[in-house]
Design a protein around this ligand. Structure first.
Ligand code: AMP
Ligand code: FES
Length: 271
């Protein structure tokens, strides 16, 4: 298979776009897609101060690298959750990435709050971890004058979030399924610049440019059967994920639930 652009040996055929690309042409193709999503959905405005939250995995490493390449004003935050060797290695990778792309690196340690994720009951670990991360990202961004928090959420994350919430009856979450959620009452604006990108596209991007990332998964990450189902549908219906997430954004924008009235601040810390 030959690259559709330069006729060199292709590394990938992207079915939804009907294009084959080589190692040299793929990164620019990817960057163009990210740039188009950001502009089309007004995800980040030029000049906004962006806190890129990077776990060290392929998705958030790709996100930080792409935003920097596209000229956005970013700094990196890594949260050390205290997950044994996994956290030690992730931190090293994120430091390396920040140095390579020449952006400030910030570190927040969960242990400063008196516990780590390794101390949490295994059954509750993912939900405690999610809450801790959201809390720490928001607090850090607000206290340090950032306009936006950017995360590496992928198209699969958006679809799975939707399916799982609908199945558990949590439809009040639907309006949050947009690539940019405006902040209010101390909540900083959230951006998901990779919401149309798949894990595979992100993986190819980091591999083709040798971007530092950690291949290991979090040791607490459960097997996700729903994710496997989403991959199966994509294999049978190429383009499913992209079209589904675009429909989802339209749906999320049309559902008007005013969440402001039921959000209160914490009595202890004010968050
Ligand atoms: P997850 O909740 O693990 O699916 O991660 C969602 C997003 O949160 C990632 O794409 C990152 O942008 C961010 N994130 C996750 N873990 C960390 C971490 N330890 N430090 C900084 N950002 C993180
Ligand atoms: Fe939070 Fe795995 S990253 S439990």
């Amino acid at each position: 298979m030959r690259c559709s652009r330069c006729k060199e040996k292709a590394i990938i055929y992207l079915k939804p776009y009907k294009i084959a690309l080589c190692k040299n042409c793929y990164p620019n193709f990817y960057l163009n897609l990210v740039s188009r999503s950001i502009k089309r959905y007004k995800i980040i405005r030029r000049g906004e101060k962006v806190l890129a939250c990077v776990s060290g995995g392929k998705d958030s490493s790709a996100m930080a690298f792409a935003l920097k390449k596209l000229g956005y004003n970013i700094e990196i935050l890594y949260i050390d959750l205290g997950i044994g060797e996994y956290s030690v290695r992730s931190r090293k990778v994120v430091e390396e990435l920040a140095e390579e792309i020449d952006v400030p690196f910030h570190l927040v340690e969960l242990s400063e709050y008196g516990f780590t994720i390794d101390d949490v009951d295994v059954k509750k670990v993912c939900s405690v971890c999610g809450t801790a991360k959201r809390y720490l990202m928001n607090r850090f961004a607000r206290m340090n004058g950032f306009d936006i928090i950017a995360t590496g959420h992928t198209v699969e994350d958006m679809i799975l979030f939707f399916i799982k919430n609908v199945l558990s009856g949590g439809i009040e979450w639907i309006p949050k399924l947009i690539p940019r959620s405006e902040g209010f009452n101390g909540l900083v604006t959230r951006a998901r610049p990779l919401f149309e990108r798949s894990e595979k596209e992100n993986m190819l991007f980091v591999l083709s440019l040798n971007i530092p990332f950690l291949i290991d998964e979090c040791p607490y990450a459960p097997r996700d059967v729903w994710k496997e189902i989403v991959y199966d549908i994509e294999a049978k219906k190429p383009g499913f994920k992209r079209n589904f997430v675009r429909g989802l954004i339209k749906l999320a924008k049309s559902v008007k639930i005013d969440e402001r009235w039921n959000l209160r601040s914490c009595k202890v810390c004010g968050e």
